[in-house]
Design a protein around this ligand. Sequence first.
Ligand code: ASP
Ligand code: MG
Length: 401
Amino acid sequence: MLIVQKFGGSSVADAEKIRRVAGIIADTYEEGNDVVVVLSAQGDTTDDLLEKAAELNERPSKRELDMLLSTGEQQSIALMAMCLEKMRYPVVSLTGWQVGMETTSDHGAARIMRMKTERIMRELDKRRIVIVAGFQGITKGNDVTTLGRGGSDTTAVAIAAALHADKCQIFTDVEGVYTADPRKVPDAKKLDEITYDEMLELASLGAQVLHNRSVELAKRYGIVLEVLSSYVRKPGTKVKEVAKKVEENKISGIAKDVDVARVAVVGVPDAPGVAFRVFNEMARKKINVDVILQSYGKNNTNDISFTVPLGDADAAERALNDAREAIGFDHVSIDKGIAKVSIIGAGMMSASGVAALMFEALSDAEINIHMISTSEIKVSVLIDEEMADLAVKAIHSKFFG
Ligand code: ASP
Ligand code: MG
């Protein structure tokens, strides 16, 4: 079998951890498999590099930032290869550019366009273990790029897709995907399986197990992902098209996202085209808008509220204030102290009373809901940030308790 194994930064944080991971890789190889390994930078390396950059230039160009950040992964692949060499395994480490990981030129958020497979195949033919740097790529013009924070997962899936791997395993410091964050909710349960769509929602709604683009890619190419622990050798969670539910649970998980802000545009004229103008301002600034609510305001006006990523809140406020006279609303207000809590489940549409159960849990815990949004597989509510952990616990015990 051809197996792609990805290990995150915490799994390779120091020499002892690298040795442990090398043991997993060696065992997989000994079983007769072709093994391609993708690594992240060790521990907090990427954050440390960002700090170093800021000491010299608070707004460095994205090109130079990528040049710097890509070195983190280059360190871990070389160290892992040395460790395996010492254990007398044939091994070679390769950077993103050496494996021909061609990306767009959006530095810091590059997307993989195609990947050349020759070099990796040649190494595998020699029965070498191949260790590839995650998170990085190269443009057509030979500039180094990175895929965005957490991007090594995406590298692993792209390699698995290009090589038609039999397995793609994502090793991490938790044992799989849980019904809620196990660090916050002690009785959270590990899921045996979860669908791509559920995982995508979980990933984009704040569960930090997998980079959401890696899940998109896996779905597109039908790659079954397995999320499992680098520390405990037992089966993890499979991410696939259709997942079997072990228990009769109506939902698969609960996610919390505190990286959101609420923008309220107060006193907009009750007339056609107004919502378009408000959201057009956001689109022009490339600000992603989520939960939207329009309600009646005073004197024939409406209030339009919506959420944006926390980091875009100030830009959203500025853009709207610049357009205030043209659109004719009264004022904008921003609330950064909010959180989005969501329940996710592919079976939600066919089960009645799911949303009611969630609201009941919040009501029992006396948590006020500011906004609600629903889709086929999720219900999200906006609440005060300081209530978020309590809300997740309350909802969890309602559904799984
Ligand atoms: N080292 C990068 C980061 O910290 C990529 C990754 O870990 O996946 O975001
Ligand atoms: Mg990660």
